[in-house]
Design a protein around this ligand. Structure first.
Ligand code: NAD
Length: 502
């Protein structure tokens, strides 16, 4: 059955099991730029639906596994034309449900295309099977799928983040159950429908709904043999605990509190400041690897504050679909309150707080989850705004007196996702980068594009376990299986080995 029929009326994120859309209860999804505007509906999946989806994925698994890498890659590639045709529609829908400006939604919505092309290329290059055949015998090492895989997705970059796990899981022969975020489920569900339509029924199943109900049921299911999770640290910890009982792996892409470390010689020209502003405020600061703290040498603190604030002042906050907006609203009321709370706490502790940028539509401001960007200075390194992941358009600037102190402050966090070094000497920047305890380090940039699929991506410390991108994620979706026919076992002669101890 084609899942691509367009019904009249607002779109829905539906429960998809074995190619069938299941009837369920729904909750409304509103536009964060105009919270009285209904964008669509999200199904509220139940534990019973999760059970049915997992069972369906389990039944579909052997046939999908036995197709082999190349046929699976070809089937995924067959979805590319439809993904391209629907790009504009999916990106517009994403801005309406998530809030971010349209170019950011396009960057997110074209994710599956890029991910399919990259990983199908790795398959063309021969991933998945090694063979040795010599006088000692024959050894085959092949990568076999782990089995039914749960993919749990957050609300900030839903399409790309889902697909960077989904496509590697599928191409290596796993069947999946995807749980979109209940806050931003629509454009991802539409994308998943395109993919599911190109594959046999039961290979891609989708159960939207609430995390503590659908997500928890999924991660506690004994038939789920791998969990690929992107989201917060507490939920990641819960998934690890459930995995311990089931002796099951998970790959966790968790939060970040990324530092940008400005060195004495860094340029403060417009291009550099615009790049840094982009690193902080893209997606309204709601990216796991946004710059979340800036460390500046005391000798350059005033100069930096003036240059950075001037660059950030060009930001125009408004509806993400309006071409004049350069920053959209926050996605939800809870996030807005949390960020405003951290800002108030910093102000209460004596920090200097400066609102920058402008409001595109001052009259409609209260109708959305809007907030101006804020630059915070004169703040201590142990302030909660510096130490926790704010996930919003607010950045603290902290001064340091020596490079050693700057590096120590940058590393003094429980997170370790990414970091950046800003300097006129890129080689020195890479050297300083080696002192930072994060999974990725960038020099003179810190944004989408600073990492790519040829670079492993993931966190140290509480930022996660495992890596996406590269063949590393294909390895996380599979287990090596060794098959051997050994003609020559003379290296292990048995009882004769005792001679070596006499
Ligand atoms: P979240 O952990 O609250 O939710 C993520 C997903 O988990 C959602 O689909 C949610 O419904 C589900 N969930 C919630 N409770 C669950 C439970 N008990 N069991 C199973 N699933 C459950 O995170 P969020 O608020 O959606 O996203 C923001 C967080 O995600 C931030 O911390 C951000 O840094 C992080 N993030 C990390 C990366 C990365 O690549 N490292 C990327 C994007 C976002």
């Amino acid at each position: 059955m084609s899942l691509l029929r367009t019904n009249s009326g607002p779109p829905s994120a539906q429960v998809l099991v074995g190619g069938e859309l299941l009837p369920s209860k729904y909750v409304p999804v509103h536009n964060p730029a105009r919270i009285d505007e209904l964008v669509g509906h999200c199904a509220l999946g139940t534990p019973e639906m999760v059970e049915r989806a997992v069972e369906t994925a389990k039944v579909a698994a052997p046939t999908w596994r036995d197709l082999g890498f190349h046929r699976r890659a070809a089937m995924l590639r067959s979805a590319l034309p439809r993904l391209r045709e629907t790009l504009a529609e999916r990106a517009n829908l994403l801005t309406r449900e998530q809030g971010k400006v349209l170019w950011e939604s396009v960057a997110d919505a074209r994710g599956p295309e890029l991910v399919i092309e990259y990983f199908a290329g790795l398959i063309d290059g021969g991933y998945g099977r090694e063979e040795r055949w010599d006088e000692s015998g024959r050894v085959v090492i092949r990568r076999v799928p782990r089995g039914v895989t749960a993919i749990i997705v957050p609300w900030n970059y839903p399409i790309y983040l889902a697909c960077q796990h989904l496509i590697p899981a599928l191409i290596t022969g796993n069947t999946v159950v995807v749980k979109p975020s209940e806050l931003v489920p629509l454009s991802l569900s539409r994308t998943l429908a395109v993919l599911a339509d190109a594959l046999p029924d039961g290979v891609v199943n989708v159960v939207p709904g609430e995390g503590p109900i659908v997500g928890r049921a999924l991660t506690r299911s004994a038939d789920v043999r791998n969990v690929l999770f992107t989201g917060s640290v507490p939920v990641g910890q819960e998934i690890l605990r459930a995995g311990a009982d089931l002796v099951r792996t998970s790959s966790l892409e968790l939060g970040g509190n990324d530092p940008a470390l400005l060195l004495e010689d860094a340029s403060l020209d417009d291009a550099t400041m615009n790049e840094m502003v982009r690193g902080v405020f893209t997606c309204t600061g709601q990216i796991c690897f946004s710059i979340k703290r800036i460390y500046v040498p005391r000798s350059r603190a005033n100069e930096f504050l003036a240059a950075f604030t001037a660059a950030a002042d060009a930001i125009v906050v408004g509806d993400g679909l309006d071409e004049r907006s350069t920053m959209g609203p926050l996605n939800n009321a809870r996030q807005l309150e949390r960020v405003q709370g951290l800002l108030a706490e910093a102000r209460g502790a004596g920090a200097s707080v400066q609102a920058v940028g402008s409001r595109l539509d001052p009259d409609g401001w209260e109708r959305g989850h809007f907030m101006l960007p804020h630059v915070v200075s004169d703040i201590a390194d142990d302030n909660p705004l510096v130490q926790t992941e704010q996930f919003g358009p607010v950045v603290p600037i902290v001064t340091y007196d020596s490079l050693e102190e700057g590096v120590a402050m940058a590393n003094d966090t429980e997170y370790g996702l990414a970091a950046s070094v800003w300097t006129a000497d890129p080689d020195a920047g890479l050297q300083v980068g080696e002192l930072l305890e994060t999974g990725s380090i960038f020099v003179n940039s810190h944004r989408l594009g600073s990492s790519d699929m040829s670079m492993p991506f993931g966190g140290t410390k509480r930022s996660g376990i495992g890596r996406t991108h590269t063949a590393a994620i294909l390895d996380e979706c599979t287990e090596p299986q060794a098959l051997a026919f050994k003609k020559d076992l003379s290296a292990f002669p048995g009882p004769a080995l005792a001679e070596q101890a006499r």
